[in-house]
Design a protein around this ligand. Structure first.
Ligand code: SF4
Length: 358
């Protein structure tokens, strides 16, 4: 049976209960400002199309895709830094209001950790300043001693210990990993329920990436945060995440438990991502490597947006958008190869079948 033909994938929480944050049918189109208007009038970038996902507490959900897949736009929609063209956000099952008060309350609950720890901290201020500021803005500051104790506790929570060593340091005196930890501590100051981490380790040395990923894992476990981990690196998503959501050209193409998605990817694009991921144990040549690049989001391909790059493309793929189809337990893929409806894939018999990794 087909799911909703246009919507992408909603995963229920791993535990019973309402997700901390939920997005329903989020869509974002950016207008293109052109010097010379073209035929057909105003154009738009289809950055995010009809994406639904749920972030349960104490879980990490990874959103994986290449540059231009829309994953960072999705993270910004979830922070309300940009407004959606359509769609809805729910915190603890309650639709998020648009008043200034509702937005302030939302900002306390949902915090964005940016990719670049070098630019996210003001270089003229010490670590103490960066952590005291949100404490003063969002909580009763208390006495000087109480404030000091809270700053020290924040540093300990991100494993910058002993806190005395870091509290009076300037950002340039810290390593990239330590700066990212301070940026995360600053987010924790307002006691958020949800952490949105947009490529939080991609600008760090390989040697210190694992430490920051382990910190996110600890925060998920210890503080029961709902974490969205945005990355181009599917191997790190497997390491950290409970659930993986794969995006291509503004749409979700596959989602499911992280181990299932990485061990048995059902969508050819997920297979491409995995084939491009470093794997010293692999000896065979990746099947899909080098097959073109992501399409323009101003004029995305018809039907399945991946069809110009897909070695399994059939006639139907160019004409009809594939629905989200169940593949295995909790795994769904938007790909016509997985339809059980022979009418829908009426011309599938001539197509080659994908190879699922064993
Ligand atoms: Fe898209 Fe068709 Fe390839 Fe599936 S087989 S990914 S629907 S082009």
């Amino acid at each position: 049976m087909h799911h909703d033909a246009t919507a992408t994938v909603v995963h229920g929480p791993k535990r019973p209960g309402t997700p901390a944050l939920e997005a329903r049918h989020l869509t974002k189109h950016f207008p293109v400002h052109q010097l010379t208007p073209t035929r057909g009038g105003r154009q738009v970038v289809h950055a995010v199309e009809d994406i639904s996902l749920a972030l349960p507490e104490a879980t990490v959900t990874a959103v994986v895709g290449e540059s231009g897949s829309g994953k960072s736009t999705l993270a910004r929609l979830l922070t309300q830094l940009i407004a959606p063209t359509s769609g809805q956000l729910l915190l603890d099952g309650v639709p998020v209001g648009s008043s200034a008060r509702a937005r302030r309350a939302y900002t306390r609950q949902v915090h964005l950790v940016l990719q670049d720890p070098f630019s996210s901290l003001n270089s003229v201020h010490r670590v103490r300043h960066h952590l005291e500021r949100p404490l003063k803005l969002h909580r009763r500051p208390g006495s000087r001693d109480e404030l000091d104790a809270r700053v020290r506790a924040l540093l300990e929570r991100v494993s910058l210990s002993p806190a005395e060593r870091y509290v009076d340091a300037f950002p340039h005196e810290l390593s990239g990993g330590q700066r990212q930890r301070v940026a995360i501590a600053r987010g924790l100051a307002v006691e958020p329920r949800v952490l949105l981490a947009d490529e939080p380790v991609s600008m760090l040395d390989v040697s210190i990436r694992l430490g920051v990923l382990n910190l996110l894992d600890e925060l998920r476990e210890r503080e029961r945060l709902a974490i969205l981990y945005v990355t181009h690196d599917i191997a790190s998503a497997r390491y950290l995440a409970d659930t993986v959501v794969v995006m291509y050209a503004g749409q979700v193409v596959e989602s499911g438990p992280a181990a299932t998605i990485t061990d048995a990817p059902a969508h050819p694009y997920t297979q491409l991502l995995l084939s491009a991921a470093p794997d010293p144990a692999r000896t065979e040549r990746p099947v899909l490597r080098g097959r073109g690049s992501p399409p323009s989001l101003v004029d995305p391909p018809s039907g399945c947006r991946f069809h110009p790059r897909c070695p399994f493309a059939m006639a139907i793929c160019k004409e009809r958008t594939p629905p989200a189809l169940p593949v295995a337990a909790e795994q769904v893929a938007a790909c016509w190869l997985h339809t059980k409806d022979t009418e829908d894939a009426n011309d599938a018999e001539t197509a080659p079948r994908p190879t699922r990794p064993s």
